[in-house]
Structure formats: structure tokens, C-alpha cells
Write a protein that binds this ligand. Structure first.
Ligand code: NAP
Length: 255
């Protein structure tokens, strides 16, 4: 059987790194993208040593207007056909909206929204033409409500969730399946990058557990997948409660 290839953005650490190991173990070749080349090289070497996967690495900043097109062109030049796209790269910044600098906000919106949207369009088109594929977009449980303290981040993830759920319905009749993963707190570098307290992450699942959950959800062709009873219960409660109350609770939790 012909081997399939998975493209993973943000594969140099955390969830993306573990996704790379899980997909390699499931017999996929990989294209791994992030800025930190040395991390990607280490991951490539380890995976190629321990599995049958071939790993291409592309070191690129995905937080600029044309990153998605550049990445797409680079993959075309290498003559690689992508069967699974995982839009995982993303970051948040903790703090009051008004105190944060605009350049940081812009980078977050470009990476979490613009690059994800463009990559989805470029590869979904190709998958539709060749008759199938999977797209996995990583959102967050923060997508289900407004979150003071990470206002833009949570809003970018609400976009990812709504956008992905809508196109899942547009694409399923073309054999292209879109799965949105909504992780709760997960042990990665995320909290350090966001400059958040480690408290919510103390008993959190590992990136490996989340990566395995992601693979299983994709195979089951889930449209939306939330990991664990606690996260599912919280999201369910949010849906039944007044938005103002939920925002006030989210503010308390973040402090
Ligand atoms: P992480 O360990 O900080 O990993 C983030 C990844 O994104 C890294 O590989 C990083 O690589 C890459 N990245 C960041 N900025 C980039 C840029 N400008 N260009 C290219 N790549 C970039 O965090 P994580 O927790 O694994 O996050 C993965 C995804 O899960 C994110 O979308 C995050 O929002 C989501 N998520 C995480 C949690 C959690 O609790 N951890 C909860 C909900 C959702 P480089 O720095 O090498 O570029």
C-alpha cells in the first residue's frame, strides 16, 4: 500500500512534536514545520531511527501574511502530496488586551487564524481534486466562551472552531474530513510562551495523550473532539449557562 504523508505545523515542541511521533508510528511519512530548526532536526533523526517514516523538515515563521503560500510552494517544489494536514501551530499571550503590544496581537491572529485558513484552503482544494484527505485543526476549550486575560487567543480559537465545523460539512461529500480538536490544559511549552501560571496544567494530560486522542478522533472522522470527561462537562455547562456569567467565571479562573 502506498504510504501517506502528514503535514504538521508547530512540530518542534508540545502537541505537534508528539503528533509527529504518533503519526510516524501509524506508518505516515511526515512534513514537519516550525521556526526552531535544531528541534526539528532532532525529532527527524529520532523518528527516522525508530520508525519507517521519512521526515522532511521546513523551518519557517508561519506568522506572516504570505507564510501559507510559501509553505505550500515549498512542498510542491519537493513534489510531496499531502494526505493529512494538521494545523497545530499556535500561541497565546496572557494579560489585559489594552496592555499588550499590537505586533504580538497581529502575529497571533496571523498564525492562529490567517495561516490556518490559507493552508486549509490550499490543501483542501488539492484533496478534493484527488478524491480525499483529512484536515485536523487544533482549537481549544477556550473556543467555547470569551476569556478575559487571553481575549484575543480565545477569540482566535472560536474562529478556528466555527470555521472548521462549517467546512467539515462542505467537504465531507468530497471525501475530505475536517476534525477540530479542542484541548483543555495540556502539558507543553504553551504556559511558558503565554506567560501563564502553571496551576491549570498541574494534573493536565500529556501532549502524547492528546496526540493519540487526536489520531483516534481523525480516524473516527469526528467533526469536533474534546478530550476527557472534565473538559466535555465544562463545555456542556458553558452551553447551558448565561454568557455573562460564564465570562465572569472565566475571568476568576484566569486570575
Ligand atoms: P507549544 O509547546 O508552545 O508549541 C507550539 C508550536 O507552535 C511550536 O512547535 C512552535 O514552534 C510553533 N510555533 C509558534 N509560533 C510559530 C510561528 N510563528 N511560526 C511557526 N511555528 C510556530 O504549545 P502547544 O501546547 O503544543 O500548542 C499547540 C497547539 O495547541 C496550539 O495551537 C495551542 O493553541 C493549542 N492548545 C494548547 C493547549 C495547552 O494547554 N497546551 C490547550 C488548548 C489548545 P517554534 O517556536 O519552533 O516556531
Amino acid at each position: 500500500m502506498e504510504k501517506k504523508t502528514t503535514l504538521i505545523t508547530g512540530a518542534s515542541s508540545g502537541i505537534g512534536k508528539d503528533l509527529a511521533y504518533v503519526y510516524a508510528e501509524k506508518n505516515y511519512d511526515l512534513v514537519l514545520v516550525a521556526r526552531r530548526k535544531e528541534n526539528l532536526e532532532k525529532i527527524k533523526n529520532e523518528i527516522e531511527k525508530n520508525t519507517n517514516a521519512q521526515v522532511e523538515i521546513i523551518s519557517m515563521d508561519l506568522a506572516s501574511v504570505n507564510s501559507a503560500e510559501q509553505l505550500y510552494d515549498e512542498i510542491k517544489k519537493k513534489n510531496i502530496s499531502i494526505d493529512v494536514l494538521i494545523n497545530n501551530a499556535g500561541f497565546g499571550v496572557y494579560g489585559d488586551f489594552v496592555d499588550k503590544n499590537i505586533a504580538g496581537d497581529e502575529g497571533m491572529i496571523l498564525l492562529n487564524i490567517m495561516t490556518l485558513t490559507k493552508l486549509t484552503k490550499l490543501f483542501a482544494k488539492e484533496m478534493k481534486e484527488k478524491g480525499g484527505g483529512n484536515i485536523v485543526n487544533i482549537a481549544s476549550t477556550g473556543a467555547f466562551q470569551a476569556v478575559p486575560g487571553i481575549a484575543i487567543y480565545a477569540a482566535t480559537k472560536a474562529y478556528v472552531l466555527n470555521f472548521s465545523e462549517a467546512i467539515a460539512f462542505e467537504l465531507k461529500n468530497h471525501n475530505v474530513f475536517v476534525t477540530t480538536i479542542c484541548p483543555g490544559p495540556t502539558k507543553t511549552e504553551f504556559a511558558d510562551v503565554a506567560k501563564m501560571s502553571q496551576n491549570p496544567f498541574k494534573n493536565a494530560p500529556t501532549a502524547r495523550e492528546l496526540a493519540e486522542f487526536t489520531y483516534k478522533s481523525m480516524v473516527k472522522r469526528k467533526v469536533t473532539a474534546i478530550q476527557g470527561f472534565k473538559n466535555n462537562f465544562l463545555v456542556f455547562t458553558v452551553r447551558l449557562s448565561p454568557r455573562k456569567l460564564i465570562t465572569a467565571i472565566a475571568e476568576k479562573v484566569m486570575k
